[in-house]
Design a protein around this ligand. Structure first.
Ligand code: FMN
Length: 166
């Protein structure tokens, strides 16, 4: 198909060539938890400390985060592909009290941080902006942390690990 007849396909293939890490973005309202896999994470600002993720406007996660006013971003480690797949399954990230089979910790806001992740950001909701068929979530970071280790990578529709250059 020519470029002109499949602009969405060309866009998706071009965007897929941009390598990224993988995160789980999650929130908690009382006993209700919701988490989704997101590769659209970016650090945004140092003053104030802001992060951003883009979330499909159809995701029920958005109503949860509007209600809670906070979310946590967990940057996944190279051995957490199973966790990424879990939260990339529609509706599976909705849970009561805990995510079955995925241990989490609460740091400050109450949003769940995935156990064993490489790094994390705990954030208060700062703004929700329109972005076409997505919503751009901006969070003000109230706590952050991490550990040494290797990231889970996503590129061209598949999971990858870092490979040392020889
Ligand atoms: C590696 C990877 C990255 C993803 N990144 C995003 C993202 O940045 N934003 C988004 O809305 N969905 C993203 N998704 C898709 C969601 O994880 C998926 O649609 C999930 O089912 C959303 O949960 P929900 O259907 O309960 O809303 C990604 C999926 C994968 C596998």
């Amino acid at each position: 198909m020519s470029a002109d007849r499949d602009p969405t396909g060309r866009f998706k293939r071009a965007a897929g060539r941009f390598a990224s890490g993988v995160t789980v973005v999650a929130t908690r309202n009382g006993r209700h938890l919701y988490g989704i896999t997101c590769s659209s994470f970016q650090s945004l600002s140092l003053d104030p400390l802001l992060v951003t993720v883009s979330v499909n406007a159809a995701s029920p996660f958005l109503a949860e985060v509007r209600a809670s006013g906070h979310f946590a971003v967990s940057v996944l480690a190279s051995d957490q592909q199973r966790v990424s797949r879990y939260f990339a399954t529609p509706g599976r990230g909705r849970a009561r009290d805990r995510f079955p089979g995925v241990p989490t910790e609460v740091v400050q806001t109450g949003s769940p941080v995935v156990g064993g992740c490489l790094s994390w950001f705990d954030a208060a909701l700062h703004a929700l902006l329109p972005g076409g068929d997505h919503q751009i979530l901006i969070g003000e970071v109230v706590a952050a942390g991490g550990r040494d280790g290797e990231p889970l990578l996503y590129w061209a529709g598949g999971y990858h690990r870092l490979r040392a250059r020889t």
